[in-house]
Design a protein around this ligand. Structure first.
Ligand code: HDL
Ligand code: ZN
Length: 428
């Protein structure tokens, strides 16, 4: 059978699993939500073994597996932090959690020792890498064609990099796309309105007068600078809409009109319980079930806006699928943060396929450290293979055979074209 004939032939039950695996393994994905930065952003871009081992997921696990207290830990230099985590989670305990096994998977990908007592060989390897080449190598290993960043115009470490760049000069990278992040404006206006005022935007702490119009002008100016593929905000489990609040006012009068003006989606990531334990800093956030009637109201009130939505609570997942069936301007994505574990990913993805077919985006990595895309996408492909193979097996048993071309079309839709169509990005 020629390759053409094979790709259009109806697969036998015994062929399905291997074809699904091969299609997933050979289809590059668009990683549509990460915290990675292009090399031009310099030191705010995290990569290498010490950043991998001091990932906030692992910091939380350290405090459960050692006598190191957060107060002691935060005084340590990065390498000392990494040594403490490596010793506690990888030497004194077996790295069987999702986040620890992920680091092992990255070490294996570069043929580095995975059971060493220390990090010296790994450090030597990463110290010898040049980020521009290392980035291409990591994305190739991970099977990622494009990375979508998270860019905050009010981040004191990041904003000056954009403002220093010549107007129109994009700090990104042909494979890396910008996103305008709104948390500081929508969730912490009291702490940040003076930054806008100092830059000449006529706003005040009560968001009175022309403040909303000025926030829209601020966002429009940053859209011109960043050329974001969408705007994004994480929202608490208590998020309500409509409500009498500055956040609701800015969503209605600034953010959504600006998204329409630039024809980009708004990403709503709902369900965070911020700083449940402040001592853990970035690792201190928790998860809470949200009232998704807020989402229902926004999708209904803004039918011409496109929304990318992810929710953090496992208990909200099924109703999110129901809402996606009600609103075609809602595209749900990913198994976010505490959900990105194979056991939960399997449950969520199965119910999405059953209720939405291929009209959703199964996963993003949320990677904060470059090399994490290697294990996060390896896990996604591993979990998706079994789920998709079963889906096509059921279809075949019920009388409709599938071809390799159809499986390829479905995988490309879920991991590429759904996002391309929604955001206007043309993936590499
Ligand atoms: O708000 C977000 O985008 C979350 O992904 C947070 O950054 C969170 O700390 C995280 O890294 N989750 O994976
Ligand atoms: Zn994130």
């Amino acid at each position: 059978m020629t390759p053409i004939e094979f790709s259009t032939a109806i697969l036998s039950a015994s062929q399905i699993h291997s074809v699904v695996k091969d299609v997933l393994d050979t289809t590059p994905v668009i990683d549509m939500h990460t915290h990675l930065f292009a090399p031009s952003f310099g030191s705010i871009g995290l990569w290498g073994i010490d950043d991998l081992v001091t990932y906030h997921y692992l910091e939380a696990e350290l405090f459960r597996c050692s006598r190191v207290t957060p107060r002691q830990y935060w005084t340590m230099p990065k390498r000392e932090k990494a040594d403490a985590i490596w010793r506690a989670l990888f030497v004194e305990n077996t790295p069987i959690s999702e986040a620890t096994r992920g680091v092992v998977s990255v070490l294996q990908a570069f043929e580095l020792p995975t059971k060493s007592d220390n990090l010296s060989e790994a450090r030597q390897f990463f110290d010898n890498q040049k980020i521009e080449l290392h980035l291409e190598r990591v994305l190739k290993i991970a099977g990622v064609s494009d990375v979508v960043m998270t860019n905050d115009p009010l981040d004191p470490a990041e904003a000056p990099l954009w403002e220093a760049g010549a107007s129109g000069q994009h700090l990104g990278h042909p494979r890396m796309h910008a996103v305008l992040r709104l948390d500081r404006i929508l969730n912490k206006w009291q702490d940040h309105w003076q930054v806008l005022a100092a830059k000449g935007y006529a706003v005040d702490g009560d968001a009175s007068g022309g403040s909303a119009a000025e926030v829209r002008r601020f966002l429009s100016d940053w859209c011109g600078r960043m050329r974001p593929v969408y705007m994004a905000v994480s929202l608490p489990d208590s998020f309500q809409y409509p409500e009498e609040s500055i956040r609701a006012k800015f969503l209605r009068e600034a953010v959504l009109p600006c998204c329409s003006e630039f024809d980009i989606p708004l990403s709503l990531m709902i369900g965070v319980r911020y700083q449940v334990n402040p001592e853990l800093r970035l690792a201190g956030d928790g998860s809470g079930r949200a009232d998704l009637r807020a989402l229902e109201n926004i999708c209904r009130d803004f039918p011409d806006n496109r929304f990318l939505v992810s929710v953090l609570s496992r208990e909200n997942q099924h109703e999110l699928c129901v809402y996606a069936r009600k609103f075609s301007n809602l595209l749900l994505f990913g198994c976010w943060w505490f959900l990105n574990n194979p056991s939960v990913v399997e449950e969520i993805t199965k119910e999405r396929l059953e209720m939405l077919g291929t009209s959703f985006i199964p996963q993003h990595s949320d990677a904060r450290v470059l090399e994490q895309v290697i294990y996060k996408w390896r896990n996604t492909r591993r979990t998706m293979t079994a789920i998709l193979a079963n889906t096509y097996r059921l279809l075949s048993e019920d009388g409709r055979g599938v071809t390799r071309d159809e499986i390829k079309r479905d995988v490309e839709r879920m991991f590429r074209t759904n996002f391309e169509r929604w955001s206007g990005v043309k993936g590499n």
